[in-house]
Design a binder for this molecule. Structure first.
Ligand SMILES: O=c1ccn([C@@H]2O[C@H](COP(=O)(O)O)[C@@H](O)[C@H]2O)c(=O)[nH]1
Length: 589
């Protein structure tokens, strides 16, 4: 772990169930390779995860079973370790490749920017040669203009100890927001292609479908149906991502999916027992009856890693893992990620506090930050409505030091504010409501309104706890998240996952955390006359949501297009937020 990481706190813990074939999964790590430096339960870093995987592989070898590692994308954007360097990702690619991953695929975040799509093709694919799978993603080579597969379409291999024949795919959901140097083919089209049809007719003991796809999503339903149409009985293990939740999903009695949360909070554990090795004609009689699938969500901290390996602080770390932890430390130093911009006077929550409320991050953004720093000085007296999507914010702010790292953790995007001037107020004032409420009616596969909110909002599976979580105020200058609950003093608040396997998936027992829905977008009204409605306003919005704003305006009868949109502010939301914090929050935490 990193030197400044808080020490994990002992908590009741469930062991990992082992099977013939076992998996460790990461997804949506978003650059959090240093682990969580304010939350003890997620404080292990990528170097610790490397030590953990190496120790678990030793254990698997000792008992003659197999262990495979899977990563299902969104490795970038969302943490200073990735976003603060120039170029972005200067340090994280080498750190990430320290892990020996058997099946790895792209996420949507790898594709938003031209540079990140190119880095994927030029760096990540070669780093994971033979392991990186891109079943429905092509790259446009800038030198030739030629459209080529980002990587191999599938991977077929036999496991080391059990000799299980595996055929693995690597999919991305039907994403449409990619830059123009990549081409995402809809899953439903891809599965009609000959290579896929041939692959699902291969005689294997297990299909693995890794993907940056939500487990209950239509893409996985289509893949499940396609594989089952040729293999009535072959076990299928899905690995999902994108919605940032812990999830376990049953497709049928021999097909399950696991999703390992987000941000290096969770390492997913999957074990399968009872896989029958098929050989040609006797396939039917050797059907996989009696097969079992079990899962665990491992809290990413050293207490759990020691417990699950049966090792201790001396025997657990490997030289390789320790070297990677050192590389992370050096990169953080080089990027000055601990630089303090100001001290947050209290915790501000994305979804642990209702919106609007005084503890809501969005209320703070809407009422304090945007009205102060998102104003164009030349148009400061013009009545203005400024709209920001809630998905632009990615994490809570904890009371205490707000660092350079935190600016990227809260909002890593390079989006800037743009505007349309002289929009009739009667139309402009309806845009917020339309985007928040008429999404179901206006949504198309290309313009999905649910994409504007944070990914966690996509699938709310756990019901909110009856009372808000409580926390101990901190007296030191570190940001302090929830520490303990008065009702269960020995349990920390954290994940209490309910999934298709029941409620015993989390390795560590926690008290629940409240989760509130947030709207797709929020709005700040600036310089509106106190006594009457204006005729026209500047309609300001963060550039990511431009297509949705134009669609909402069209719905009100206003046919604006991209040529009506102009630059409003030159700084990113991240820069504007940091500026506000430097001005308004004292440095003495
Ligand atoms: O420029 C951007 C890019 C993305 N967003 C928000 O992020 C989610 C996607 O996040 P995942 O981690 O891939 O799920 C997207 O739906 C937007 O809400 C953004 O605001 N700006």
């Amino acid at each position: 772990e990193q030197p400044s990481a808080p020490k994990p706190i002992a908590a009741p813990i469930r062991p990992l169930p082992w099977g013939q074939l076992n998996f460790l999964q990461t997804t949506d790590t978003h650059g959090w390779l240093a682990g969580h430096l304010q939350e003890p339960q997620y404080s292990a870093d990528w170097g610790d995860y490397i030590s953990f995987a190496e120790r678990m592989r030793e254990k698997a070898d000792a008992i003659g079973v197999d262990l495979l590692l899977v990563d299902t994308g969104d490795r970038i954007e969302g943490n200073g370790l990735y976003d603060a360097s120039d170029p972005k990702g200067k340090y994280t690619s080498d750190i990430f490749k320290g892990q020996d991953i058997d099946i790895i695929c792209p996420g949507n975040h790898e594709l938003y920017q031209i540079a990140s799509g190119a880095r994927e093709y030029d760096v990540t694919v070669p780093n994971f040669k033979g392991k990186y799978i891109a079943s429905n993603l092509d790259y446009i080579d800038p030198k030739t203009g030629e459209q080529v597969p980002m990587a191999q379409r599938y991977r077929k291999f036999t496991t080391k100890n059990q000799g299980i024949r595996v055929l693995a795919f690597g999919f991305l959901f039907d994403f449409t927001g990619n830059a123009n140097n990549t081409v995402v083919q809809p899953v439903e089209e891809t599965i009609k292609e000959q290579w896929f049809q041939d692959a699902i007719r291969e005689k294997v003991d297990l299909f693995v479908v890794a993907g940056h796809v939500t487990l209950p999503g239509r893409e996985y339903k289509a893949i499940f149906r396609a594989i089952r149409s040729q293999n009535w009985d072959t076990p299928i293990q899905f690995f999902g991502g994108h919605s940032h939740i812990r999830d376990f999903h049953k497709y049928d009695s021999k097909a399950y999916g696991l999703q390992a949360g987000r941000y290096m909070e969770t390492i997913g554990w999957m074990s399968i027992e009872g896989i029958k090795k098929k050989s040609g004609e006797i396939e039917e009689s050797q059907s996989s009856a009696g097969i079992s699938f079990e899962r665990r969500y491992i809290d990413n901290n050293l207490f759990g890693y020691h417990y699950h390996t049966g090792l201790n602080a001396t025997t657990f770390p490997t030289d390789h893992g320790l070297n990677i932890s050192t590389s992370i430390y050096k990169a953080r130093q080089a990027l000055d990620l601990d630089h303090n911009f100001g001290c947050a006077p209290k915790d501000l929550w994305m979804s642990r506090a209702p919106y609007p409320s005084e503890d809501s991050l969005y209320t703070w953004l809407e009422n304090e930050v945007v009205p102060d720093v998102v104003v164009n000085p030349e148009r400061k007296d013009v009545p203005t409505l400024a709209i920001t999507n809630t998905g632009a914010m990615r994490f809570d702010i904890f009371k205490g030091a707000f660092t350079r790292d935190a600016t990227y953790i809260i909002s890593p995007f390079v989006s800037k504010y743009r505007y349309i001037k002289d929009v009739p107020y009667e139309s402009a004032k309806r845009v917020l409501t339309i985007i928040n409420n008429a999404g179901q009616v206006l949504s198309t596969p290309e313009l999905d309104f649910s994409q504007l909110a944070p990914p966690e909002q996509l699938s709310i599976r756990t019901s909110p706890s009856p009372s808000p979580p409580s926390y101990q105020p901190n007296n030191n200058n570190l940001q302090s998240p929830l520490l303990s609950s008065p009702n269960h003093p020995h349990l920390l608040p954290g994940y209490t996952t309910k999934d298709d396997g029941g409620d015993e998936g989390d390795d560590t027992l926690h008290t629940p955390i409240t989760f509130y829905r947030v709207p797709n977008v929020i709005q700040s009204a600036l310089s509106l006359p106190a006594d009457h409605d204006p005729d026209v306003v500047d309609l300001v919005f963060i550039d990511f949501i431009e297509p949705w704003v134009l669609a909402a305006l069209r719905f009100t009868g206003q046919g604006y297009g991209a040529s009506d949109v102009a630059v409003y502010r030159n700084e990113t939301l991240t820069e504007l937020m940091a500026k506000w914090i430097m001005k308004n929050w004292g440095k003495d935490c």
